[in-house]
Design a protein around this ligand. Structure first.
Ligand SMILES: Nc1ncnc2c1ncn2[C@@H]1O[C@H](COP(=O)(O)OP(=O)(O)OP(=O)(O)O)[C@@H](O)[C@H]1O
Ligand code: SF4
Ligand SMILES: [Mg+2]
Length: 309
């Protein structure tokens, strides 16, 4: 792969938070490595609190890593001062779960879009109007909404507006953090299809974050499965779909009752307390002795488990 194919690359990212009243730090992100090529989607899936948003914020340098590097089109963002990053901001965008928090509810839709277009593009006033009309129709909103206040829009409409705003500055890299979570089922698939179409049309590199592997599967070319701050499985979607190997990924495909044991030795593999394979194998010592590393098991397929070979 040439560097120019790659929009974003992270190597050895770590981020610990010191929680109040906690002796141990919260290990929100440990040894995270990823790469997203131009026009491709990487799905990031895992349960609540496993560190998905932290990874997203680290990639955009909204928070500082404890260690590790983030390369955007080959440029190491972690070496830049915040003011040196500013020119790059135009190329990154984030779509949040709660799109409404990204807007002023008392602002009209037209003015909200105009504000971000003026900030990031060189368009003249007349061109801005045409551009806004184009964007609004691209996300399947009627022109009537332009005069409405953002606070009056439905959840699905605000999400479309957020996508229009994201698109308006033609970013190279977008992070969509649980963008479907607060929407009705019927709207979810419409928004998912819209995101997919636009991502392909504009060759955007997308990090799609969700706790639902089945949604991630629909949208992604590659998938990483995260558990307690670490990637436990990472691979091309066709491989993860057909031959997922990590016990946690298998659980996500096929949730079952887990007999969680609370009298386990401390340390070792982070997944040990919930791992059916650990129990099935009779609590092997190696699982409590060392954290398995993410190892390439076959082409484009990495797994972190001592018993997957
Ligand atoms: N600024 C912070 N200070 C202290 N702890 C934090 C901070 N940000 C995140 N955390 C903690 O780090 C861990 C990972 O949080 P993160 O928000 O990345 O999880 P997530 O996978 O995005 O969860 P969710 O699916 O609920 O959004 C959590 O335990 C969280 O409480
Ligand atoms: S290393 Fe052991 S505890 Fe960890 S996932 Fe594999 S079998 Fe389960
Ligand atoms: Mg989150």
């Amino acid at each position: 792969m040439t560097v120019s194919d790659e929009t974003i690359r992270a190597e050895g990212l770590y981020k610990y938070f010191s929680g109040k009243n906690q002796k141990q730090p919260i290990k929100a992100c440990e040894d995270v490595n990823l790469s997203i090529k131009r026009g491709k989607t990487l799905g990031l899936v895992g349960e609540s609190g496993c560190g998905k948003t932290t990874v997203g914020r680290l990639l955009l340098r909204l928070i500082e890593p404890d260690s590790g590097t983030v390369l955007f089109q080959g440029i190491d963002l972690t070496l830049l001062k915040q003011r040196e990053i500013r020119p790059f901001r135009k190329h990154f965008q984030m779509i949040f779960q709660e799109s409404s928090s990204a807007f002023n509810p008392r602002m009209k839709v037209y003015d909200s879009l105009k504000e971000s277009i003026k900030l990031y593009t060189q368009l003249r006033p007349k061109e801005i109007k045409e551009y806004i009309n184009l964007l609004i129709s691209r996300v399947n909103l009627s022109r009537g909404v332009l005069d409405n206040f953002v606070g009056n829009l439905s959840g699905g409409e605000v999400k479309r507006l957020d996508i229009a705003r994201t698109l308006s500055i033609e970013p190279a890299f977008v992070i969509a953090d649980e963008p479907l979570a607060l929407l009705d089922m019927s709207i979810q698939s419409q928004i998912a299809n819209l995101l997919l179409d636009i991502q392909q049309e504009k060759s955007i590199s997308l990090l799609f974050i969700s706790h639902d592997l089945r949604i991630v599967e629909m949208l992604s070319h590659w998938v990483c499965v995260m558990y307690s701050g670490r990637f436990v499985e990472y691979g091309r979607i066709s491989v993860i779909r057909e031959r997922s190997l990590h016990p946690y990924t298998r659980y996500l495909w096929n949730p079952m009752e887990l007999g969680v044991s609370d009298r386990l030795p401390e340390g070792g593999c982070i997944y040990k307390p919930s791992c059916y394979l650990y129990q099935k194998r009779g609590f092997p010592l190696i699982c409590s002795e060392s954290q398995p590393l993410l190892i390439e098991q076959e082409k484009d397929h990495f797994v972190a488990c001592h018993f997957v070979k």
